[in-house]
Ligand binder design. Structure first.
Ligand SMILES: Nc1ncnc2c1ncn2[C@@H]1O[C@H](COP(=O)(O)OP(=O)(O)O)[C@@H](O)[C@H]1O
Ligand SMILES: CC(C)(COP(=O)(O)O)[C@@H](O)C(=O)NCCC(=O)O
Ligand SMILES: [K+]
Length: 244
Protein backbone atom coordinates (compact mmCIF):
# COMPACT_ATOMS: atom_id res chain seq x y z
CA UNK A 1 0.00 0.00 0.00
CA UNK A 2 1.45 3.38 -0.98
CA UNK A 3 0.69 5.97 1.69
CA UNK A 4 0.04 8.70 -0.89
CA UNK A 5 -2.81 6.66 -2.33
CA UNK A 6 -4.67 6.23 0.96
CA UNK A 7 -7.31 8.85 1.77
CA UNK A 8 -8.56 9.37 5.35
CA UNK A 9 -12.03 10.97 5.61
CA UNK A 10 -13.84 12.32 8.70
CA UNK A 11 -17.55 12.96 8.12
CA UNK A 12 -19.03 15.00 10.96
CA UNK A 13 -22.50 16.43 11.40
CA UNK A 14 -21.47 19.80 9.94
CA UNK A 15 -18.47 19.32 7.63
CA UNK A 16 -16.22 16.80 5.89
CA UNK A 17 -12.47 16.73 6.57
CA UNK A 18 -9.81 14.70 4.73
CA UNK A 19 -6.10 14.19 4.14
CA UNK A 20 -3.81 11.56 2.62
CA UNK A 21 -2.12 9.06 4.92
CA UNK A 22 1.34 10.44 4.12
CA UNK A 23 0.28 14.10 4.48
CA UNK A 24 1.39 16.12 7.46
CA UNK A 25 -1.14 15.75 10.32
CA UNK A 26 -1.88 19.50 10.08
CA UNK A 27 -2.55 19.35 6.34
CA UNK A 28 -6.30 18.69 6.57
CA UNK A 29 -8.76 19.94 3.95
CA UNK A 30 -12.26 20.92 5.12
CA UNK A 31 -15.27 20.98 2.78
CA UNK A 32 -18.93 21.77 3.40
CA UNK A 33 -20.46 19.08 1.25
CA UNK A 34 -19.92 15.75 -0.42
CA UNK A 35 -19.63 17.05 -3.99
CA UNK A 36 -16.25 18.68 -3.27
CA UNK A 37 -14.94 15.41 -1.83
CA UNK A 38 -16.26 13.43 -4.80
CA UNK A 39 -14.46 15.79 -7.21
CA UNK A 40 -11.24 15.23 -5.29
CA UNK A 41 -11.62 11.42 -5.22
CA UNK A 42 -12.35 11.26 -8.96
CA UNK A 43 -9.12 13.12 -9.73
CA UNK A 44 -6.80 11.47 -7.19
CA UNK A 45 -5.05 8.15 -7.86
CA UNK A 46 -6.34 6.38 -4.74
CA UNK A 47 -6.13 2.73 -3.75
CA UNK A 48 -7.82 2.91 -0.33
CA UNK A 49 -10.34 5.14 1.39
CA UNK A 50 -10.73 5.03 5.19
CA UNK A 51 -13.84 6.73 6.48
CA UNK A 52 -15.25 7.68 9.91
CA UNK A 53 -18.88 8.69 9.56
CA UNK A 54 -21.17 10.05 12.28
CA UNK A 55 -23.38 11.82 9.74
CA UNK A 56 -26.04 10.49 7.43
CA UNK A 57 -25.69 6.86 6.21
CA UNK A 58 -26.52 8.06 2.66
CA UNK A 59 -23.20 9.93 2.50
CA UNK A 60 -21.30 6.77 3.36
CA UNK A 61 -23.33 4.75 0.85
CA UNK A 62 -22.57 7.26 -1.92
CA UNK A 63 -18.85 7.10 -1.15
CA UNK A 64 -18.89 3.30 -1.02
CA UNK A 65 -20.50 3.24 -4.45
CA UNK A 66 -18.01 5.72 -5.88
CA UNK A 67 -15.11 3.66 -4.51
CA UNK A 68 -16.61 0.55 -6.03
CA UNK A 69 -16.78 2.25 -9.45
CA UNK A 70 -13.20 3.57 -9.12
CA UNK A 71 -11.81 0.28 -7.75
CA UNK A 72 -10.78 1.93 -4.50
CA UNK A 73 -10.85 -0.29 -1.42
CA UNK A 74 -13.45 1.19 0.94
CA UNK A 75 -12.90 0.80 4.71
CA UNK A 76 -15.58 2.20 7.05
CA UNK A 77 -14.06 2.11 10.53
CA UNK A 78 -16.41 1.30 13.44
CA UNK A 79 -16.06 1.83 17.17
CA UNK A 80 -14.49 -1.16 18.92
CA UNK A 81 -14.48 -2.44 22.49
CA UNK A 82 -10.72 -2.88 22.49
CA UNK A 83 -7.95 -1.83 20.06
CA UNK A 84 -4.46 -0.29 20.04
CA UNK A 85 -4.16 -0.90 23.81
CA UNK A 86 -7.33 1.10 24.65
CA UNK A 87 -10.39 -0.50 26.25
CA UNK A 88 -13.74 1.19 25.69
CA UNK A 89 -16.01 1.69 28.73
CA UNK A 90 -19.21 1.52 26.66
CA UNK A 91 -21.21 -1.66 27.30
CA UNK A 92 -22.39 -1.32 23.73
CA UNK A 93 -19.44 0.25 21.83
CA UNK A 94 -21.50 0.46 18.62
CA UNK A 95 -23.45 3.29 20.28
CA UNK A 96 -20.31 5.42 20.68
CA UNK A 97 -19.70 7.77 17.76
CA UNK A 98 -16.70 6.47 15.82
CA UNK A 99 -15.29 10.02 15.80
CA UNK A 100 -14.95 9.84 19.59
CA UNK A 101 -13.27 6.44 19.45
CA UNK A 102 -10.81 7.62 16.80
CA UNK A 103 -10.09 10.89 18.63
CA UNK A 104 -9.21 8.77 21.69
CA UNK A 105 -6.83 6.66 19.58
CA UNK A 106 -5.33 9.76 17.96
CA UNK A 107 -4.82 11.43 21.36
CA UNK A 108 -3.38 8.29 22.96
CA UNK A 109 -0.45 8.50 20.55
CA UNK A 110 0.45 11.95 21.91
CA UNK A 111 0.83 11.12 25.60
CA UNK A 112 1.40 8.39 28.19
CA UNK A 113 -0.30 10.46 30.91
CA UNK A 114 -3.99 10.22 31.85
CA UNK A 115 -5.83 12.51 29.42
CA UNK A 116 -9.11 14.01 28.38
CA UNK A 117 -9.73 14.46 24.68
CA UNK A 118 -12.12 17.27 23.79
CA UNK A 119 -13.58 17.44 20.27
CA UNK A 120 -15.32 20.78 19.75
CA UNK A 121 -17.54 20.44 16.68
CA UNK A 122 -21.32 20.28 16.15
CA UNK A 123 -21.30 18.61 19.53
CA UNK A 124 -18.52 19.00 22.06
CA UNK A 125 -17.44 15.61 23.32
CA UNK A 126 -15.10 14.78 26.17
CA UNK A 127 -13.54 11.37 26.77
CA UNK A 128 -11.35 10.47 29.74
CA UNK A 129 -8.59 7.85 29.41
CA UNK A 130 -5.98 6.54 31.87
CA UNK A 131 -3.64 3.57 31.57
CA UNK A 132 -5.32 2.36 28.40
CA UNK A 133 -8.79 2.41 29.97
CA UNK A 134 -11.57 4.69 28.70
CA UNK A 135 -13.21 6.06 31.85
CA UNK A 136 -16.33 7.49 30.19
CA UNK A 137 -17.16 10.87 28.73
CA UNK A 138 -19.61 13.68 28.05
CA UNK A 139 -21.63 14.89 25.05
CA UNK A 140 -22.75 18.55 25.05
CA UNK A 141 -23.96 20.92 22.32
CA UNK A 142 -21.16 22.69 20.44
CA UNK A 143 -20.76 26.47 20.10
CA UNK A 144 -22.84 26.85 16.95
CA UNK A 145 -25.43 24.29 18.10
CA UNK A 146 -25.89 26.14 21.40
CA UNK A 147 -26.50 29.41 19.59
CA UNK A 148 -29.05 27.80 17.26
CA UNK A 149 -30.90 26.19 20.19
CA UNK A 150 -30.99 29.50 22.05
CA UNK A 151 -32.32 31.43 19.07
CA UNK A 152 -34.96 28.87 18.19
CA UNK A 153 -36.35 28.91 21.74
CA UNK A 154 -36.51 32.69 22.21
CA UNK A 155 -38.08 35.72 20.50
CA UNK A 156 -35.74 38.61 21.28
CA UNK A 157 -32.38 36.93 21.19
CA UNK A 158 -30.20 37.31 18.09
CA UNK A 159 -26.75 36.21 17.02
CA UNK A 160 -24.03 37.51 14.75
CA UNK A 161 -20.95 35.91 13.25
CA UNK A 162 -18.66 36.92 16.12
CA UNK A 163 -16.26 34.17 17.11
CA UNK A 164 -14.79 35.58 20.33
CA UNK A 165 -11.14 34.97 21.15
CA UNK A 166 -11.25 36.07 24.78
CA UNK A 167 -14.06 35.58 27.27
CA UNK A 168 -15.46 38.97 28.34
CA UNK A 169 -18.72 40.41 29.68
CA UNK A 170 -20.73 41.95 26.82
CA UNK A 171 -23.24 44.81 26.61
CA UNK A 172 -25.20 43.93 23.50
CA UNK A 173 -27.48 40.97 22.66
CA UNK A 174 -25.40 39.38 19.88
CA UNK A 175 -22.18 39.77 21.86
CA UNK A 176 -23.84 38.37 25.01
CA UNK A 177 -24.89 35.28 23.04
CA UNK A 178 -21.40 34.74 21.62
CA UNK A 179 -19.77 35.25 25.03
CA UNK A 180 -22.33 33.08 26.86
CA UNK A 181 -21.82 30.18 24.47
CA UNK A 182 -18.04 30.63 24.72
CA UNK A 183 -18.36 30.54 28.54
CA UNK A 184 -20.37 27.31 28.29
CA UNK A 185 -17.79 25.73 25.95
CA UNK A 186 -14.90 26.78 28.17
CA UNK A 187 -16.91 25.48 31.15
CA UNK A 188 -16.74 22.01 29.58
CA UNK A 189 -12.96 22.40 29.37
CA UNK A 190 -12.65 23.53 33.01
CA UNK A 191 -14.95 20.77 34.26
CA UNK A 192 -12.82 18.19 32.45
CA UNK A 193 -9.65 19.74 33.87
CA UNK A 194 -11.04 19.71 37.42
CA UNK A 195 -12.11 16.08 37.10
CA UNK A 196 -8.68 15.04 35.81
CA UNK A 197 -6.85 17.05 38.48
CA UNK A 198 -8.94 15.41 41.22
CA UNK A 199 -8.01 11.94 40.00
CA UNK A 200 -4.51 12.25 38.58
CA UNK A 201 -1.57 14.39 39.67
CA UNK A 202 -0.19 14.50 36.13
CA UNK A 203 -2.62 14.77 33.26
CA UNK A 204 -3.15 16.45 29.92
CA UNK A 205 -6.08 17.84 27.94
CA UNK A 206 -5.89 17.30 24.20
CA UNK A 207 -8.34 19.21 22.06
CA UNK A 208 -9.39 19.20 18.45
CA UNK A 209 -12.36 20.04 16.18
CA UNK A 210 -13.65 23.01 14.20
CA UNK A 211 -14.03 25.15 17.34
CA UNK A 212 -10.71 24.26 18.98
CA UNK A 213 -9.59 27.89 18.70
CA UNK A 214 -12.36 28.81 21.15
CA UNK A 215 -10.62 26.66 23.76
CA UNK A 216 -7.10 28.01 23.33
CA UNK A 217 -7.64 30.99 25.64
CA UNK A 218 -8.82 28.60 28.41
CA UNK A 219 -5.96 26.15 28.08
CA UNK A 220 -2.73 26.04 30.05
CA UNK A 221 0.73 24.48 29.70
CA UNK A 222 -0.72 20.99 30.18
CA UNK A 223 -2.93 21.22 27.08
CA UNK A 224 -2.24 20.11 23.54
CA UNK A 225 -4.07 21.08 20.36
CA UNK A 226 -4.27 18.82 17.31
CA UNK A 227 -5.61 19.62 13.84
CA UNK A 228 -7.83 16.55 13.55
CA UNK A 229 -7.52 13.66 15.98
CA UNK A 230 -10.31 11.72 14.25
CA UNK A 231 -8.19 11.51 11.11
CA UNK A 232 -5.10 10.70 13.21
CA UNK A 233 -7.08 7.76 14.64
CA UNK A 234 -8.03 6.64 11.13
CA UNK A 235 -4.34 6.81 10.20
CA UNK A 236 -3.60 4.24 12.92
CA UNK A 237 -6.06 1.78 11.32
CA UNK A 238 -4.63 2.41 7.84
CA UNK A 239 -1.04 2.03 9.06
CA UNK A 240 -1.89 -1.19 10.88
CA UNK A 241 -3.44 -2.62 7.71
CA UNK A 242 -0.43 -1.70 5.57
CA UNK A 243 2.50 -2.23 7.94
CA UNK A 244 1.04 -4.67 10.49
N1 LIG B 1 -16.22 27.79 7.83
C1 LIG B 1 -16.92 27.17 8.77
N2 LIG B 1 -18.09 26.54 8.45
C2 LIG B 1 -18.81 25.90 9.38
N3 LIG B 1 -18.44 25.80 10.66
C3 LIG B 1 -17.29 26.38 11.04
C4 LIG B 1 -16.48 27.09 10.12
N4 LIG B 1 -15.39 27.53 10.79
C5 LIG B 1 -15.50 27.14 12.06
N5 LIG B 1 -16.66 26.47 12.23
C6 LIG B 1 -17.11 25.91 13.50
O1 LIG B 1 -16.78 24.55 13.47
C7 LIG B 1 -17.87 23.77 13.96
C8 LIG B 1 -17.89 22.46 13.25
O2 LIG B 1 -16.69 21.80 13.58
P1 LIG B 1 -16.34 20.43 12.93
O3 LIG B 1 -15.24 19.85 13.75
O4 LIG B 1 -16.12 20.55 11.48
O5 LIG B 1 -17.73 19.67 13.22
P2 LIG B 1 -18.27 18.25 12.83
O6 LIG B 1 -17.12 17.29 13.01
O7 LIG B 1 -19.35 18.04 13.81
O8 LIG B 1 -18.75 18.31 11.41
C9 LIG B 1 -19.12 24.60 13.70
O9 LIG B 1 -20.08 24.30 14.66
C10 LIG B 1 -18.61 26.02 13.78
O10 LIG B 1 -18.80 26.56 15.07
C1 LIG C 1 -21.64 13.02 19.73
C2 LIG C 1 -21.53 13.12 18.22
C3 LIG C 1 -22.84 13.66 17.66
C4 LIG C 1 -20.39 14.10 17.88
O1 LIG C 1 -20.40 14.33 16.50
P1 LIG C 1 -19.78 15.64 15.78
O2 LIG C 1 -19.90 16.79 16.70
O3 LIG C 1 -18.32 15.32 15.54
O4 LIG C 1 -20.50 15.80 14.50
C5 LIG C 1 -21.17 11.72 17.60
O5 LIG C 1 -20.02 11.20 18.21
C6 LIG C 1 -22.31 10.75 17.76
O6 LIG C 1 -23.25 10.74 17.00
N1 LIG C 1 -22.25 9.87 18.82
C7 LIG C 1 -23.23 8.87 19.10
C8 LIG C 1 -23.56 8.82 20.56
C9 LIG C 1 -22.40 8.46 21.47
O7 LIG C 1 -21.22 8.72 21.14
O8 LIG C 1 -22.66 7.92 22.56
K1 LIG D 1 -17.45 16.59 18.08
Amino acid sequence: MQTNSVLLVDIGNTRIKYRLLNDDADNVTTVDDLSALITYIEAAPLTHLYIANVGKPAVEEALAQLCNEQQIIFCAVKTQSDAFGITNSYQNPQKMGVDRWLAILGAAKLTDKPFAVIDAGTAVTVDFVANGQHLGGWIAPGFHTMKKALLSNTTRVFENETVPEQLMAASDTEECVAMGCLAALQGVFWSAKRRLNNQFKENVIIFTGGDKKLLTSACDGDSLSAANLVIDGLARYAEKASFG
